[in-house]
Design a protein around this ligand. Structure first.
Ligand SMILES: Cc1ncc(COP(=O)(O)O)c(C=O)c1O
Length: 352
C-alpha cells in the first residue's frame, strides 16, 4: 500500500490506510493503522514528496524504482499492490507520469496483483477517461468502485478477471445483499444518465475551466502553493511560503470554514491538512464555478489582509460567521415594525 492512502474503515481496509493514523491532523505514533504483513511504499507526491517536479527529472521512474525497495523487503512474497488511482484523502495527489505503469511491471514481476481503488475518482469524474487509472495506461487485476456508482444509493462493486473471480468458487464467501436486483438497477440507471447527459465531457470541460481560474488566483495569492487536478477532481495546496512549502494548515482550515459559511462545501485533506479538496457534483456548470471562484477570492483577500491572524482560529471563524448571519438593514427594520405591530395588537386586545 502507499503511504497516506485511504481505502475505507472496515478492519481490512483500515489496515491498508495509513492516512487513518494522521486523519485528525495529529500523528498518533502509538497506534498506526497497518495490517500485519502489509508494507508501506513511498507516496509518489510530485509536489512535496521525496522526488519533486520542481527539483528532479523523470520522477515517475524514480518513484517506481523506490517501490522496488519495498518489494524487496517482502522477499518475493507479494500478494498485491493496492493504490487509489489519484489519492483523495492524501490531498488529491496525482502520481507522476509513468509511475503506475512502471510500478505495475515491478509488482507483477514480483508475483503480485495490482488493485486500483476508483471509489472517489471513477465514473468519468477525471474527464479524459472513465477510469482514472487509464491516464497511466494500465489495466489493473482488481478494481474497487463505490460512491458515484449509486449517486447516493449505497452501492459498491468489485471488478476482476475471470481467473481471480473463479478463485471465489473454492472460498467460503457469501454476502446477503450481493448482486441484488434493486442495487443493480440503480447502478445501471446511473450509467445511463452519465452517458445520456454526457457528464464525463462536462467533467472535462468544467474541470479545465475551474483549473484555469484557480491558476489565475495562484498568480496573485502566494498562499496557493499548488493547483492540480484531473477533470473535476482538484486540489489546492495552501502554503505559508511557496519557497519553503511550509504547510498552510491554519489557512486551509480558515478557508474551509469560511467557504462553508458562504454555503460552499469543499473537502480538506493531505498529511498536513492543508489541501482544499474540490470534487463538486459532476453536473456543475460555469456559473456555479464562477460563484465558487468569486467567494474563494474574497476569502483569499481576507487571508492577505492578515487581520485574521490576530485572533485565534475559532474566534476568527465565529466572527466571520456572525457577520455573515447579521440581518440586513431592511429586514431589521421590518422585524422591528412587526414587533411594534404585535405589541400594538396585544394592547388593543387587552384594553377592549
Ligand atoms: C478512496 C476510497 N476508497 C474506499 C472507500 C471506502 O468506501 P466506503 O466508505 O463505501 O466503505 C472510500 C470512502 O471514502 C474512499 O474514499
Amino acid at each position: 500500500m502507499l503511504d497516506n492512502a485511504y481505502h475505507g474503515t472496515t478492519a481490512s481496509c483500515s489496515g491498508v490506510s495509513p492516512s487513518m493514523s494522521t486523519g485528525s491532523g495529529r500523528p498518533s505514533p502509538d497506534f498506526v493503522y497497518q495490517s500485519q504483513d502489509v508494507l508501506i511504499a513511498t507516496q509518489p507526491d510530485p509536489y512535496r514528496g521525496k522526488f519533486r517536479y520542481a527539483a528532479h527529472s523523470d520522477i515517475g521512474t524514480k518513484y517506481a524504482q523506490d517501490l522496488e525497495f519495498t518489494l524487496a523487503q517482502a522477499r518475493g512474497n507479494i500478494a498485491a499492490y493496492i493504490h487509489e488511482s489519484i489519492q483523495g484523502v492524501a490531498g488529491q495527489v496525482i502520481f507522476p507520469e509513468g509511475y503506475l505503469s512502471k510500478a505495475y511491471e515491478k509488482v507483477r514481476a514480483a508475483g503480485g496483483l495490482c488493485i486500483a481503488d476508483e471509489v472517489q475518482v471513477g465514473f468519468g469524474r477525471t474527464g479524459d477517461y472513465f477510469w482514472a487509472f487509464e491516464h497511466d495506461n494500465v489495466i489493473p487485476d482488481i478494481v474497487t468502485m463505490g460512491k458515484p456508482i449509486g449517486n447516493g444509493f449505497p452501492l459498491g462493486c468489485v471488478v476482476t478477471t475471470p481467473e481471480i473471480a473463479a478463485a471465489f468458487d473454492d472460498a467460503q464467501y457469501f454476502n446477503t445483499f450481493g448482486g441484488n436486483p434493486v442495487s443493480c438497477s440503480v447502478g445501471l440507471a446511473v450509467l445511463d444518465v452519465l452517458e445520456k447527459e454526457n457528464l464525463q465531457q462536462n467533467a472535462k470541460e468544467m474541470g479545465e475551466y475551474m483549473l484555469e481560474q484557480l491558476r489565475q488566483l495562484q498568480k496573485q495569492y502566494p498562499v496557493i502553493g499548488d493547483v492540480r487536478g484531473r477533470g473535476l477532481f482538484i486540489g489546492v495546496e495552501l502554503v505559508q511560503s511557496p519557497q519553503t512549502l511550509q504547510p498552510g494548515t491554519q489557512e486551509a482550515t480558515y478557508v474551509w470554514e469560511r467557504l462553508r459559511d458562504l454555503r460552499i462545501l469543499v473537502g480538506k485533506g493531505g498529511k498536513h491538512k492543508n489541501v482544499l479538496r474540490i470534487k463538486p457534483p459532476i453536473v456543475i456548470n460555469k456559473s456555479d464555478i464562477d460563484l465558487f471562484i468569486e467567494q474563494f477570492e474574497k476569502i483569499l483577500k481576507e487571508l492577505q489582509e492578515g487581520t485574521w491572524k490576530e485572533m485565534t482560529l475559532i474566534q476568527r471563524i465565529r466572527a466571520r460567521s456572525i457577520e455573515a448571519k447579521k440581518p440586513r438593514f431592511q429586514s431589521k427594520v421590518l422585524s422591528n415594525l412587526a414587533a411594534v405591530a404585535v405589541v400594538f395588537g396585544l394592547v388593543r386586545l387587552l384594553t377592549k
